[in-house]
Design a protein around this ligand. Structure first.
Ligand code: M6R
Length: 604
């Protein structure tokens, strides 16, 4: 989950440096910003909803001499974007300030416990339990208090904390990135290397379980009680590349983040034994679940294709009708709705005009509404009865990648949860398999050079066709969208069984046809369609399961790790995302901002 945190301690004024470093992390989130600086006996705190620049402008007249402070730019997860939910958060005494990036899964129970011990909470965030825990454990040693506090946390965190009376910034890290920047007479903490590059190229990448502090003259890192050394790295990147984490484009950075974004989306919602728990998130619709009649899934573009995986999964598990519609069509169709019907809106931005309009219309007609949304506090997230967030973090590239796999993951969670509730199904075997998907995604990502070689062979082609059946059809559609969107090549996808009803006329000698064949149950049927294009001279490229004998018959193919049919979509889509990326790179296209397109489509 993305937010950006920074800290500075040194001889210079901290405030301008904190703003400068924070701005280079704005790609990680931009819902709100905040700073806390250590003054003599108190902490100066300023935070507000909106961009870092707005906060900076508001503080122009302040002359704060402090050389120690922390800063935060937020991508909201718990609690909507607002002034009071902005970080840093303080303890009750106002003597401890904390910034945090990550998700505290057990914040509800900790908050109740701390409230019962008299702590006063001012925000809706999960983070606020941390300063209160620090207050609880502080007995003169901030590092000890921090180590005790994190022993109570479940989830992920990169934390930076300041305590009045201590000219140090204390930190802890687990499953969220954090680096130390080592300067001359000054040191930094940051979520990512680009933040500190204008000040130093010497960094330490902290690891899970690390705690410690930075002061102007030194830093110390501990694992438990043991002081340890970590390697100092000299960063070779230039500033621009660094903002993309050293990658040439946001698109490839975001593709490679998918193991983490799926993990984050699953986090706290599925237990090790495979049981899915969404009762808190679905609470506003709790009394409607047993009367669930039909489900309409409505979305645009990539979100629509993620919805296709959702449709196949939900209807097969729940045995109820699930319809899917493109939002711009749905809103002008005379859709007959009945009591008990649900509308699921899928959207990365949460602001897509057609999807939002469909939500508003159907709410008026009495449907229960569920948003599957990435941007916290966005219009769809605010207006739907329930929002199940995809925790993919900010997606900067116009072409959507990590949002798709996170959306499909949310459909899996929702389907499993409802199947247990409505059908009394033992979902644990499926749930356990779902838990293996992030690791399998990592295996797919590790083979990216294979896709790069495939792109070398294909980038001179002008027409591409994609085929698949069942859930593979949705993947084929998404693969074709990705390719046309950023390469400007012609890329069309068809349900494999539809070929002979027209599209087969487009096939000519040598044309690439990308066949997605990951559904065991439909494999033989798809192969008969492959035969049809083969017979007309097409060059077939397979996206197959490991061990499929078809691989030997194809000159070009990519295999994904084995899993059950339901869960192949997030694995099969990744080679297609990468293929679109590498072909477009070979063609020298503007990958992150393709022509004629915008990231958020807020007009009809
Ligand atoms: O923000 P949304 O998910 O609602 O956006 C929907 C589409 O505009 C979006 O997925 C679009 O198709 C992407 N550019 C595809 O990569």
């Amino acid at each position: 989950m993305s937010c950006g945190i920074v800290a500075y301690v040194g001889a210079r004024k901290a405030l301008p440096i904190i703003f400068d470093t924070l701005k280079r992390l704005e790609y990680r989130g931009y819902d709100s910003a905040g700073v806390a600086l250590l003054e003599d006996k108190r902490i100066f705190l300023a935070k507000q909803k909106g961009k870092i620049k707005d906060l900076e402008d508001g503080l122009k007249s302040e002359n704060i001499l402090s050389g120690i402070g922390i800063g935060h730019t937020r991508w909201a997860t718990h609690g909507r974007p607002s002034d009071f939910n902005a970080h840093p958060h303080l303890d009750c005494s106002g003597k401890i300030a904390v910034v945090h990036n990550g998700i505290i899964e057990n914040y509800n129970e900790l908050r109740e416990e701390l409230r019962s011990r008299g702590h006063n909470f001012r925000s809706e965030t999960d983070t606020e339990v941390i300063p209160h825990l620090l207050e609880e454990f502080y007995q003169g040693d901030p590092l000890q208090a921090l180590q005790k506090a994190i022993s109570r946390l479940r989830g992920s965190y990169a934390i930076a904390a300041i305590f009045t009376g201590w000219d140090k910034v204390f930190f802890a890290r687990k499953d969220s990135p954090l680096i130390i920047g080592i300067g001359e007479g000054e040191n930094f903490l940051a979520s990512d290397i680009p933040a500190v590059l204008p000040y130093t190229k010497r960094v330490i990448v902290l690891e899970d379980g690390d705690t410690g502090f930075v002061s102007s003259a030194e830093y110390a890192i501990f694992q438990g009680d043991r002081k340890i050394e970590r390697k100092i790295m000299e960063v070779p990147w230039d500033q621009q590349a660094a903002e993309r984490g050293g990658f040439e484009h946001f698109m490839i950075k975001e593709i490679l983040e998918q193991e983490q974004s799926i993990r984050d989306t699953l986090r706290g919602r599925i237990k090790e034994d495979g049981v899915v728990e969404l009762s808190e998130e679905l609470a506003p619709l709790a009394d409607k679940i047993s009367q669930l009649g039909r489900i309409f899934i409505v979305a645009c573009g990539t979100a629509f294709y993620a919805g296709m995986a959702g449709k196949y999964f939900l209807e097969s598990l729940l045995d109820i009708p699930v319809e899917i519609d493109i939002a711009s069509e749905f809103r002008y169709r005379a859709v007959p709705v009945r009591e008990g019907d649900w509308l699921i809106l899928v959207s990365q931005s949460g602001e897509t005009a057609d999807t939002l309009a469909a939500l508003r219309d159907m709410k008026k007609r009495g449907l229960s509404t569920v948003g599957i949304v990435n941007a916290v506090g966005s219009s769809i997230a605010r207006e739907a009865d329930v929002t199940l967030y995809t925790r993919a973090g900010p997606e900067i590239c116009v072409a959507s990648t990590k949002a798709y796999t996170a959306q499909v993951t949310v459909f899996y969670l929702l389907g499993l949860y409802l199947a247990k509730l409505l059908k009394g199904m033992d979902i644990r075997p499926l749930g356990k398999e779902l838990l293996t998907i992030p690791q399998k995604v990592a295996q797919v990502l590790a083979k990216r050079e294979e896709v790069e070689r495939m792109a070398e062979e294909l980038y001179k082609e002008r027409d591409f066709f994609f085929i698949g059946r069942g859930m593979d059809w949705g993947v084929a559609l998404e693969g074709a969208l990705k390719l046309k969107e950023i390469s400007y090549l012609r890329a069309e996808a068809f349900a494999a069984g539809e070929l002979k009803h027209g599209p087969l006329a487009l096939i000519y000698e040598g044309v690439p046809v990308i066949a997605v064949v990951t559904q065991e149950a439909l494999r033989d049927k798809t192969i008969s369609n492959i035969e049809e294009v083969w017979a007309r001279g097409a060059r077939v490229i397979g996206i197959l399961r490991e061990g499929d004998p078809l691989e030997k018959e194809l000159a070009l193919s990519f295999t994904i790790p084995n899993t059950i049919d339901y869960f192949t979509s997030p694995l099969a889509v990744i080679p297609l995302q990468m293929l679109a990326y590498y072909i477009s790179r070979k063609l020298g296209r503007e990958i992150d901002q393709p022509r004629n397109l915008a990231k958020s489509v807020t007009v009809e």
